[in-house]
Ligand binder design. Structure first.
Ligand code: CU
Length: 153
């Protein structure tokens, strides 16, 4: 009698475990399916994943955390021109390879400079791809008290 109850208990336990495992497995498959969908939906947004707006009050968001290889796009939403550039003002040499003097050197590939190299007019955008890890502070060269930080992990 006791053995029979124990056996029945084990069988029921095993069935419950199998059932739970199956349920969880199916759940995981569904979840991962959803995750893939979310990533897929996000990919259309991925064209401009890190958008920073510039107004007369500064950069929004002022602090952005990205990964190496990510691209940040600055868009001027102000009627006045704004010029995002690596610190320190006025030389812009903190970000590796950058420097305002290189903006005017025709032998330099401008896409390597964390510097828009000119004021962005209203509605104009400028993008930069960060290849160096670090906490990169920047400013508006037209209005150097407007500041921001790109944290590249
Ligand atoms: Cu500057």
């Amino acid at each position: 009698m006791v053995n029979g109850k124990v056996v029945a208990g084990i069988v029921i336990s095993v069935l419950i475990i199998i059932g739970v495992y199956f349920f969880v497995s199916v759940g995981n498959v569904r979840e991962s399916g959803n995750t893939v969908k979310v990533i897929g939906t996000g990919s259309s947004v991925m064209e401009n994943p890190y958008a920073i707006e510039i107004t007369s009050d500064g950069f929004f968001p002022a602090i952005v955390t990205i990964s190496v290889g990510d691209t940040v796009t600055f868009t001027n939403k102000d009627s006045e021109p704004h010029w995002p550039a690596s610190d320190l003002h006025p030389t812009h040499t903190v970000y590796p390879g950058s420097g305002i003097s290189k903006c005017f050197d025709e032998t330099v590939d401008k896409t390597t400079l964390f510097d828009s190299c000119e004021g962005l007019t209203e509605g104009e955008s400028w993008s930069f791809t960060f290849t160096e890890a670090g906490e990169w502070e920047y400013h508006d060269h037209k209005n150097a008290n407007l500041k921001g930080t790109i944290i590249v992990e």
